[in-house]
Ligand binder design. Sequence first.
Ligand code: CUA
Length: 380
Amino acid sequence: MLLRIAAFRHLRRWAPVLPLLVLLALGCTPEHYPQTALKPLSDFARIGDDIQNKTLYWAFGVFVLVEGALVYAVFKFRGKPSDVEPQQVHGNTTIEIIWTVIPALILAAIAVPTVKGIFQTAATPTGDALKIEVIGHQWWWEFRYPDLNITTANEVHVPVGHTVSLHMRTADVIHSFWPPRLAGKRDVFPNRETRLWFKAEAPGEYPGQCAEFCGIQHGRMAFRVRAQSADEFQGWVSHMQTLGPKPAKAADTPRADSVRTASAGAAVQGPGKAGGDSSAAAAAAQDPAYAAGEKLFLAKGCVGCHSLNAVDAPKGMIGPNLANIGARSYIGAGSFKNTDETLARWIQNPQAMKEGVLMPNLGVKPDEAKALVAYLRAHQ
Ligand code: CUA
């Protein structure tokens, strides 16, 4: 018992330091916490990071000076029992002016880069920025590229070294779009457009998160930013532009409304494989599971909420666009790895995985889910 009390006292002494140690530990290993603003990877993110660093240096300087003076005073003027009572003072105009003016000057100094940063980040990007419309939904993200006429959901592709201009709003409640490594938070509203822009510096897949409480699944309203080299991005765009409601050349792709596989992607399609799309389409169409899934997708009413068209995608759909669902890393808006197993589970019981989500349980049986997975997986 005594030992335990002693141990508790020992712990209590260190309690104030523990949160600091945890923070330090988190700061030391950003690769384990990829959703961090401390490792900026775009011009926009660097503006915020620079201001944060400058403020931190100022705060550190203030801390050292104040604590140094305090520690110095504690030891230098330590009282002894034999000391007479010191002279009692009340108020000192000079000191009060000094300790009011110094913080005011520090705040003014911090305000200079802060205000500059606010204007920089609020400015409209110049040049040929790529316009992307971001629409928040409970609880997923819609991304539309109006100039490229393609739409996707939950995983936004951006070119490295090229500014993207996000024009953002929401279909329902207020959300907040936040890709920490690439940009700061920006709220999205139903009746007002907000903007965000950034130029990604390195290819990669960066997580982002809704940062405004928007209902019970706010925590599962994540997304991914896939930054790609200019060539890769162009390949992705070209591929997405084949995922339309009607094939451009009916003879080439008789079932182009539905069938896409990785081999059909321009990014991975080798030269001299112009027929890749139609042969892949034919192969997938011959898969009985695929055909069964296609039928189920209509019969179960999936089409009522989800579009499979990246091109000319209808606006105002309740559910996420699924044109390239087979190629996405996550389902459920960044919540679950996109494997056949999780996709099948989701189709059968979305409410068990993300309670409150608008997709109801449709009474899909395991073999039907398997067919639907085969169908959706072919939508790369
Ligand atoms: Cu959307 Cu929180």
